[in-house]
Each structure stands twice: as structure tokens, then as C-alpha cells.
Write a protein that binds this ligand. Structure first.
Ligand SMILES: Cc1cc2nc3c(=O)[nH]c(=O)nc-3n(C[C@H](O)[C@H](O)[C@H](O)COP(=O)(O)OP(=O)(O)OC[C@H]3O[C@@H](n4cnc5c(N)ncnc54)[C@H](O)[C@@H]3O)c2cc1C
Length: 490
């Protein structure tokens, strides 16, 4: 708990434009495991352990003390909540990362500035070295099909769900799988079920948490406000012998919605409410068909120590929010392996690329005033929320876009500028990179129009020097992703 609280404060400090405080509500019932008495103790311990959580934060980002609220107050915040046995709610403060893609990008850019060599679309296909010693990797540039050999004293396998597949490339029978994996998904719905607050809701079905000390007997879902809608999750599923093309089946999504509606009938979620399904593969220690659960602990495996294979470490991270801490530990291990004293890490105090902003709200107001003859306040706010202090780079591209497409509405021109910036400054190689992982799309609104996506393809094509065929294929890929995520349920 201490570590999570610390890392939450770190992210609020180093990426203040991308992370913000969010109040969480947990309804209390009766006097047992979900009663006010136990919650009161848990909140006290949480605040005590995180006594220094606001150190170094701008006061606008302070995480206030947790407390209990009355039944009446809770009903006012969450109308329609199940009243039976309700005694009130626990109110505590956490943080929200609305745009993980942009955070990842700014972390990559920070690494680039610090001297790292970044390469996307490079796939490891084998290891250099022989027998018990890894001396680098064999890789393939996926876009050009060029083969590469990269010498290294040490290889860190941080390939997430692909970790075992990468290890298998070593073809050493001693290399054991690092962990087992399962599927997980969140649903994004178009309506805000609870504005301004995140809400914890318990399922009605039986549930056993194989990693918990105290069994609560039910599954906890968190409903968070997300752009104009709500993000709800997380559902965990076994991998299954045949993984569906879209990651999760319609039946699995509807099973989750059904469970959710029983736990929170006021939400009354219908299939047509679902805007997007985020799914992925996560470490899952319990592969029970009924109740797969994701691992709550990260793993750092030194294969020299465990299997006598030199020069190879595997890292299985389970949470984005803990990634900085895990990376610090891995780097310290690398120093230790080379018999050197680790230098103290600066990542907990160095702002990410674009994150050197003390007061985000003040910065937004100031920039909106300064740029008022170019863009609306809403546009400036949206750009700062994504790019932080680095947003003028997008404005620079905007000037070019406006020269090339003078009659384009300003909102679309800004988005095209983001595509251009994504290619020039952020390594976007494919249209899917630019659309989904650079400019990012708010799927709680209607999906982007075909005409607009065509324009994005034309803009990217000009930047990349694609021919018409390549441009059409790239566009088709984007359209297929949008269709595959949305169409099964609408
Ligand atoms: C539905 C869902 C909800 C989640 N919610 C949260 C949350 O609320 N909070 C939180 O902190 N975390 C959350 N997570 C977990 C978080 O997403 C993961 O912990 C995190 O993405 C793991 O990061 P990673 O870098 O270890 O793996 P990944 O992000 O999967 O990255 C692995 C990378 O390795 C690359 N790779 C694979 N094979 C090769 C190869 N052969 N050569 C080169 N590269 C390769 C892949 O392309 C990929 O880019 C959630 C996950 C899911 C699925």
C-alpha cells in the first residue's frame, strides 16, 4: 500500500497534466466486512501509511484525507443506489490517468532526451550468444523486413504478455515460463453513471479472491468517469484455447454487463451504451475457468540466478502505476550484476517530457489567454491535457496544416496537426499509431467520420511518402479496428 501511494504521488508530481486526483466512493452496508466500522479503520490506516502523500505536490493536486459520509450525502451523489442495508459510504482520494497512451509517449520521449535509443516496430526473433550466455538479440525491422543484430552485455525481457514467447526464442530447455497469463477487459460506456466520482460496486455472485487475506465474497467493480462517459472494470477471464479475434466475445461482455447491472441496477447499462472495449493480457496466477484473477505482484527474474543463463533478466509488470518503481529496481539490479554501485534514481522527481508545469490550471488559463486569437480555450485545454508544456510543437504543425488545407474547420485542423506532430516528433509509423496512440480518440463520442480518417491518411501519407495503395491499406486497418471494437454490440 505504501509503495502504491508513493508511486501515485510520483506520477501526480512528474506528469501533472496527465494525472489528476479523483475521489472514490465505496458504499457501506451493515456492520460486517462492508460496514462503516471496518472501512473507518481501513481509511485510517490508508491515510496513516500515506501521511506524506502530498509532499512536493502543488496544493491543487493534494489528496485530501479519507472519511465516511452519511447515507443521505451518498444518495445525493449517487442517485438510485441500492438502499437495502445502506449505511453511507467511505470517501477516499486516488488519482486518475485518463490517457495512458500519452503518458507512455511522454515517458518514451523523456528516455529519448536522457540518451536512450528508441526503436519501435523492431521485433526480437532470437538471441545472440550460445548456451548459457545471452550476448544480445537478433531482431527484424517489421516495416522494412531488415534483419538486425544488436550486441548487448545484458538483455531485459520486458515484453509483457509475450514474455514467455520471447524466452522460448532462446531455445534453452532450462528456460522456464515466467508466469501464466489470462485476459482482462474494461468497458467504456457513453453515459456518465456517476459524474466527478469513482464508485466501487460489489457484484452479487459468489467470488473468491485467491490472493486476498480476508475474503469479501464478491467481486469489486470500479466505475470511473472517463471523458463524457464511464470506464468500468475490470473483468478477468482465462486465456482459453481459442482466443477470440476481438479479444473478448460478445457473450463475455454481456455476462459482465449482466453482473454489473445486478450489482448496480441504477446504471441500467444496455448493449447500445457500450462505446469501446479495452482488453489485454495480464499475468494471472489463478487460471480457474470461472474466476481468473490477475496477479497483484510484479516479478523480476534474473535468469542467471534462477537457471544459470547469463545476461538475461525478465520483468513482468502488473500495473502501469508501479512501472517506474519496478524500472528503478531493475536498473539497480543491473548495476549490482556489473558490480557497480547504483546511482540514485532521478525518475521520481524529474518531470516527464511536457510535465514541467507547477500549476496546470493556472498554466491552462494563461495559455488560453495568450493564444486566444488562434484557438478556443477548450482546444488549448485539450492540447495541454495531452501534451503538457510541449503543446506548442503541435501549434507549429497547425500552421502548416492550415496552409495546406485552408478551408478545413479548426477542430479538424488541430487533429491533423497532431497526426503531423505524431509522425515528426513521436515516431508514429502507421496510421493506427497516429490515430489511436498519438492524437488519441474519445470513444465516448461518435467514432471519427470516414471523411476525417481519410484526411488523416492523406496527411500521414504526405509525411511518410506513401503511395496510394499503402495509404488505402493503412486507412483500412484503422477502420477495421474501429469496426471490430464497436460493431458486435451496436
Ligand atoms: C483491461 C486492463 C486494465 C488495466 N488497468 C490497469 C490500471 O487501472 N492500472 C494499472 O496500473 N494497470 C492496469 N493494467 C495493467 C497494465 O496495462 C499493464 O500492467 C502494463 O501494460 C504492462 O506493461 P508492460 O510494459 O509490462 O507490458 P506491455 O504494455 O504489454 O508491453 C510489452 C511490449 O513488448 C513488446 N513485444 C512483445 N514481443 C516482442 C518481441 N518479440 N520483440 C520486441 N518487442 C516485443 C510489445 O509489442 C509491447 O509493446 C490494465 C490492463 C488491462 C488489460
Amino acid at each position: 500500500m505504501r509503495q502504491s501511494i508513493r508511486e501515485r504521488s510520483v506520477f501526480l508530481r512528474i506528469a501533472p497534466h496527465l494525472i489528476h486526483p479523483l475521489p472514490f466512493l465505496f458504499p457501506t452496508y451493515g456492520h460486517g466486512l462492508r460496514g462503516k466500522e471496518l472501512f473507518s479503520l481501513a481509511l485510517f490506516i490508508h491515510d496513516l501509511i500515506g501521511f506524506d502523500r502530498n509532499q512536493g505536490l502543488n496544493h491543487k493536486n493534494f489528496l485530501r484525507s479519507s472519511h465516511l459520509i452519511s447515507k443521505e450525502e451518498f444518495r445525493r451523489l449517487v442517485p438510485g443506489i441500492d438502499d437495502e442495508g445502506l449505511t453511507g459510504a467511505a470517501l477516499c482520494y486516488d488519482a486518475q490517468m485518463l490517457n495512458p497512451e500519452r503518458l507512455l509517449m511522454s515517458l518514451a520521449q523523456s528516455a529519448d532526451q536522457a540518451g536512450a535509443h528508441l526503436a519501435n516496430y523492431v521485433k526480437i526473433t532470437g538471441f545472440l550468444g550460445s548456451g548459457d550466455e545471452v550476448q544480445g538479440v537478433i531482431a527484424r525491422d517489421v516495416l522494412s523486413d531488415e534483419k538486425l543484430e544488436i550486441q548487448a552485455h545484458l538483455v531485459i525481457n520486458a515484453s509483457g504478455p509475450w514474455a514467455n514467447r520471447v524466452l522460448n526464442l532462446n531455445q534453452d530447455p532450462k528456460v522456464a515460463p515466467v508466469t501464466s497469463f489470462g485476459r482482462a477487459f474494461n468497458i467504456l460506456i457513453k453515459r456518465q453513471l456517476v459524474p466527478n466520482y469513482a464508485l466501487g460496486v460489489h457484484s452479487r455472485g459468489k467470488y473468491k479472491d485467491c490472493q486476498a487475506i480476508i475474503q469479501k465474497g464478491s467481486r469489486l467493480f470500479i466505475i470511473t468517469p472517463c471523458h463524457q462517459g464511464s470506464l468500468i472494470g475490470t473483468a478477468h477471464l482465462p486465456l482459453g484455447p481459442e482466443r477470440p479475434h476481438n479479444g473478448v466475445t460478445e457473450a463475455e461482455i454481456m455476462g459482465f454487463v449482466d453482473e454489473l447491472n445486478k450489482g448496480f441496477p441504477a446504471g441500467a447499462i444496455r448493449p447500445s451504451d457500450i462505446a469501446w472495449v479495452y482488453w489485454g493480457i495480464q499475468p494471472t496466477p489463478n487460471l480457474d475457468e470461472e474466476m481468473a484473477q490477475f496477479s497483484k505482484r510484479y516479478e523480476i527474474k534474473d535468469h542467471e540466478y534462477e537457471q544459470g543463463i547469463k545476461g538475461l533478466i525478465s520483468v513482468i509488470g502488473v500495473k502501469f502505476t508501479e512501472a517506474r518503481h519496478v524500472a528503478e529496481k531493475v536498473v539497480n539490479l543491473v548495476f549490482k550484476k556489473f558490480r557497480k554501485t547504483p546511482t540514485s534514481s532521478l525518475t521520481a522527481s524529474t518531470p516527464v517530457y511536457g510535465g514541467k508545469i507547477d500549476d496546470v490550471e493556472g498554466f491552462m488559463n494563461e495559455e488560453a489567454r495568450r493564444q486566444s486569437n488562434r484557438l478556443s480555450e477548450e482546444m488549448i485545454r485539450s492540447l495541454i491535457t495531452k501534451y503538457g508544456a510541449a503543446y506548442p510543437g503541435v501549434l507549429f504543425c497547425l500552421d502548416e496544416v492550415r496552409r495546406a488545407w485552408p478551408s478545413l474547420p479548426l477542430t479538424q485542423a488541430v487533429r491533423l496537426a497532431e497526426v503531423m506532430y505524431g509522425v515528426r516528433e513521436e515516431g508514429a509509423q502507421k496510421l493506427t499509431d497516429a490515430v489511436f496512440r498519438r492524437m488519441t480518440i474519445d470513444f465516448t463520442q461518435s467514432p471519427p467520420e470516414k471523411d476525417f480518417l481519410e484526411l488523416c491518411a492523406v496527411c500521414m501519407s504526405k509525411e511518410m511518402g506513401w503511395d496510394g495503395n499503402k495509404e488505402r491499406n493503412e486507412l483500412r486497418e484503422v477502420e477495421e479496428i474501429i469496426q471490430s471494437r464497436i460493431s458486435p454490440l451496436t
